[in-house]
Design a protein around this ligand. Structure first.
Ligand SMILES: NC(=O)C1=CN([C@@H]2O[C@H](COP(=O)(O)OP(=O)(O)OC[C@H]3O[C@@H](n4cnc5c(N)ncnc54)[C@H](O)[C@@H]3O)[C@@H](O)[C@H]2O)C=CC1
Ligand SMILES: [Mg+2]
Ligand SMILES: [Zn+2]
Length: 276
């Protein structure tokens, strides 16, 4: 089966196609969904900051209208990206995740970070260019490690004060310059719970457009140390038996996948597949 959503750099001077609109309130939705006839959408009283040609959905060209303010056309409403991640068509979520990252990046790179001059979108390439100093800026992706620390039939899960009450998840954190993925993983686990790990195994990755993370997921075995939760960052961290797990993160997250996969392997059940 061919992919329903594929990215492309489309020329915004061309007519036709479909469009999504994004404001600080999320994506514009109507009864038929998030994809609108582009020409119709551009005739609505929207405060458009920029337009990007972002790809194809079911073979149709798709454009993003990045808005300055959330003026709402009749019979429409706004829905945040997280809601699309949690429910509905995963391919629509992938498209909107890409749109959000491109919209945010272009909005934040209208001026050159080196000389302060205005930047222009490069034709046919996903890049912003400064004519004054020749700097090119490409979409930013922030690699983050996420790890399920295991000890036989137990897994180490933690709560951030930002989580929904009762929910525990895997440990995660952003890579710093100079680190390998494994260095970052060991540092984050040490910072957040003060334990050491061994036998680090790469499981898989997930684009996490909140706002621009690339999650690299691992399993790692516990080696040594007592859990000491990091002040302010970690509200609580505990070992949980795989038969007595607390409330867990959303089904489509790699955090949940790392947990479900480990439980399946320990229990001899069929392995879950990470949505892609
Ligand atoms: N898809 C999934 O299943 C999950 C995804 N995540 C994501 O992983 C990422 C990292 O997790 P956290 O525990 O929040 O990270 P973390 O443990 O590194 O701490 C977050 C702190 O890092 C700093 N920070 C923010 N952006 C940064 C960047 N680009 N580079 C370096 N430092 C930065 C800020 O001070 C922020 O408060 C987040 O984007 C989070 O949403 C976290 C858990 C599950
Ligand atoms: Mg963290
Ligand atoms: Zn410049």
């Amino acid at each position: 089966m061919s992919e329903r959503w594929t990215t492309a750099v489309l020329d915004t001077a061309l007519p036709g196609g479909l469009a999504v609109a994004r404001s600080s309130q999320g994506f514009l939705c109507a009864a038929q969904g998030v994809l609108f006839e582009r020409q119709w959408l551009k005739q609505q009283p929207l405060d458009i900051l920029a337009e990007h040609g972002i790809g194809h959905f079911d073979g149709q060209p798709v454009y993003l209208l990045e808005l300055r303010s959330p003026d709402t056309p009749d019979d429409c409403h706004w829905q945040g990206l997280r809601q699309f991640m949690l429910e509905g068509d995963f391919q629509v979520y992938r498209m909107l995740g890409y749109a959000a990252q491109i919209g945010t990046w272009a909005r934040e790179h209208r001026f050159c970070g080196s000389c302060g001059g205005p930047m222009q979108q490069v034709k046919g390439e996903r890049a912003m260019h400064c004519a004054r100093c020749e700097l090119r800026s490409y979409p930013r992706i922030s690699p983050s490690m996420i790890v399920l620390v295991t000890r036989g039939d137990e897994v180490l899960l933690a709560r951030s004060p930002r989580f929904v009450p009762g929910v525990y998840s895997t440990l995660a954190g952003f890579a710093e310059p100079g680190e390998s993925a494994e260095d970052c993983l060991r540092r984050e686990v040490m910072e957040e719970v003060q334990v050491t790990v061994r036998n680090i195994q790469y499981i898989g990755s997930q684009c996490w457009p909140f706002p621009h993370s690339m999650m690299l997921g691992f399993h790692a075995e516990y080696a040594a140390g007592e859990i000491v939760p990091q002040l302010d960052e970690i509200e609580d961290a505990q070992w949980f038996h795989i038969d007595a797990l607390p409330a867990l993160p959303a089904g489509r997250s790699i955090a949940r996948h790392l947990i479900d996969l480990y439980v399946a392997r320990r229990s001899g059940l069929p392995e879950p597949v990470l949505p892609s």
